[in-house]
Ligand binder design. Structure first.
Ligand SMILES: Nc1nc2c(ncn2[C@@H]2O[C@H](COP(=O)(O)OP(=O)(O)OP(=O)(O)O)[C@@H](O)[C@H]2O)c(=O)[nH]1
Ligand SMILES: [Mg+2]
Length: 207
């Protein structure tokens, strides 16, 4: 395998339906979570590539699945799934989201890990629990990431972590990571989990 020393990330495409998903032979890691939870910022932080196109507010892209190729030793795809949970979103928007995201989660062979992002400050949300249930039902490997950890004091963070971990990290082998794009908290831990899944997937793809 050719090892790339300088990390590089490039936008591949946006997809509005399964027919638009790119074809390739790289493992995929996908971020899912409510709108504004910090998916784009986390992906930016992970790649460390400044001014990347993980822009959250690009008009028209917010309801699409965005695929990025990321090379840092490993060659993988990072996938930014559309956010959910707009309180006032019309039913048709919700149904479209569900159809697109479930077809991705359940049918995507390249998918090796889902990052389920939740806001560390919020109590468990119905929509997040529904996504967790989907992942459990599909036996899709995932890790739970509680974002914006910098917004809480140490003691608040500890309390929230205890509450959220009990509810979200119920399945065996599902790590729970507190994360902050501001302080870098959780970044190393998350990388360790991602690398493990990408390597395993790579081995499975080769065999
Ligand atoms: N303090 C703090 N702010 C954060 C963190 N992560 C994200 N934010 C802020 O939260 C807001 C939303 O972040 P995004 O990364 O755009 O959220 P998103 O999940 O991609 O949102 P959608 O694309 O709309 O689904 C932005 O103002 C970010 O700067 C964090 O770890 N700490
Ligand atoms: Mg975004």
């Amino acid at each position: 395998m050719v090892m790339t020393k300088t990390p590089s990330v490039e936008f591949v495409r946006s997809a509005a339906s399964a027919g638009d998903f790119p074809k390739h032979d790289r493992p995929e890691v996908a971020a899912v979570g409510r709108s504004n939870v910090g998916k784009s910022r986390l992906l930016n932080q992970l790649t460390g590539v400044k001014r990347m196109a993980f822009v959250s507010k690009t008009p028209g892209r917010t309801q699409l699945i965005n695929f990025f190729r990321f090379r840092v030793g490993e060659d993988m795809m990072l996938v930014d799934l559309p956010g959910y949970g707009f309180a006032k979103a019309p039913r048709s928007t919700r149904e479209k989201w569900e159809a697109l995201v479930t077809s991705y989660l359940f049918e995507r062979e390249a998918l090796c890990l889902v990052l389920l992002l939740i806001d560390v400050r919020r109590d468990p949300q119905e929509s997040d629990l529904q996504v967790k249930a989907l992942l459990d039902e599909g036996r899709i490997p995932y890790t739970v990431i509680a974002t914006k950890a910098d917004k809480l004091s140490k003691s608040q963070l500890k309390r929230q972590r205890t509450i959220l971990e009990k509810i979200y990290a119920t399945e065996e082998g599902v790590p729970f990571i507190t994360f902050s794009a501001v302080t870098n908290e959780g970044r190393k831990e998350l990388w360790t989990v991602i690398e493990r899944h990408v390597r395993e997937a790579r081995r499975a793809l080769k065999s």
